[in-house]
Design a protein around this ligand. Sequence first.
Ligand code: PDD
Length: 276
Amino acid sequence: MLLWNGKLVNEEDVRVSYHDRGYYFGDGIYEVFRIYQGHLFEKEAHLDRLYNSLAEIKIRIPWSREELSDQLDQLRDTFGEQDGMLYLQFTRGEAKRAHAFPASSTAVMLGYCEPLARPVDAIENGIATITCEDVRWLRCNIKSLNLLPNTLAKQEAAEAGATEAILIRTDNTVTEGSSSNLLIVKNGTIYTHPDGPLILSGITKKVIERIASELQIPYVQRSFTREELMAADEAMITSTTMEAAPVITIDGQPVGTGTPGPVTRRLQEAYLQQVH
Ligand code: PDD
């Protein structure tokens, strides 16, 4: 079953107009929720971010937060007790192609669940990464459907045999991954780019921050440079789908010992306790 404009429907009942502004302009926003054994992980945090994205691009939806939350529960119930993800997007809706917003259009909602196993290999053994120039706009806090810079960076990583692209601005600031946040560890302290317009405020990263505080691991939100990244003892990416995955190489250079480090391991262990 899919969630289509507030109702559970079969796939053949979903009809997207070629006039949908998501199709023409990428004019919409999305969320990816994690489902662990039928449970929506950090649901309220994802809803908070969803509402923030909607407000930032001025899309209004006709459902209250309670109604939307119930609809997501109903969709999840059709999925059962497995591990998976729930994808949800809103576009500004249908209108003849013109850049400015139409006088009236109704937001179009699509949601579905898909099975997704935990990324055990990446979590256990770590991932290879490359660096890429961060050519994105200055509103990366919005979870926008416009993902061309992200998809191009991810493709560059894939072509280099790597799992993720780490984005670095022309002023040498390391921001995040193409579809993940980035944290490094130096002398026992975790560093990560502060929330704000240059990165997406990751829900997984928030969970890691909470865990770091519980484990009394120093956690500092400040930007860092490529040189600091390359000199890190440990690095990890975080996302709803990747959880906390150790970065073991960057552009072919090992991070620290080139194996998942002790701080990353402690965070991963505690993360696992939260999701199961
Ligand atoms: N991406 N930064 C970017 C650019 C992302 O696209 C994502 C997630 C994150 C991590 O956010 P969170 O921990 O809330 O998932 C950071 C999702 C998974 C995606 O686009 O598929």
